[in-house]
Write a protein that binds this ligand. Sequence first.
Ligand SMILES: [Zn+2]
Length: 283
Amino acid sequence: MGYAQYGCTKTTFHRGEHSVAKGRNQKKFTAETQRPQRKQYLKSLRRRFMVTKTVDADVMVISPHPDDAEFGVAGTVARWTREAKRVVYVICTSGEKGTSDRTLKPERLAEIRQLEQQAAAKVLGVSDVIFLGYPDQGLEDTSGFRKQIVRLIRTYRPTIVATADPYRRYIWHRDHRITGEVVLDAVYPFARDHLAYPDLLDEGLEPHKVQELLFWGADDVNYRSDITDTFNLKLTALLCHESQVKEFRTHDVEGWLWERCEAMAEGENFKLAEAFHRVEITW
Ligand SMILES: [Zn+2]
């Protein structure tokens, strides 16, 4: 999928890039130069010369582990990419603990899961897959993690963000809960407010308003997305996660997935669905 086709790459040059090159407004720093002045001047230089590439995407899918996005949203992703929407995946952890195979080393499992995730994304037409590399079962709601998500949102500027529902009750992987919480906070208010993470603004990453959040795995479903025409792509993408599929309790993955998606379409006039809690952000 080429950028030019959708006209969606954007390079931002900051104003005033020639003024110092022409020799005007140059300041010389000597031993007597006041430290705060120097700091402020260096900051202004950074803002003048920094070239920040931002890439407009329509959708950002933020997944706690490799495979969660395929369970949660892959059929909808396939529909979006068919409609020529640009979809970006962010995978928070390496998924290196989810196995019953005692011979498999975590480092090797992380490599396998990364390759499987890339293969699944390719099936779905996802343009970028970003691996954050956090340890499986190791996510925490930290300012650093939140800032990484804010940085990605401000870089890709998606209209829709999809992730795991943080408010699913009881049995829910801790990484899912924390990813959902951190993404929710990152979207609102941290990605929106220019005074949040001012150093990101210094880098040229302008605030961004996401318009819609989709949470998969929700107890409180209020939106069912029609995936009747893309079910096969969801299945194919899910089967790319071979190291996880072999751990499923069923050997009939297709039948199991069909029943699950049929149940999610309950009450709709289409056959198969993915179900979400959807939040439209009207600001
Ligand atoms: Zn997971």
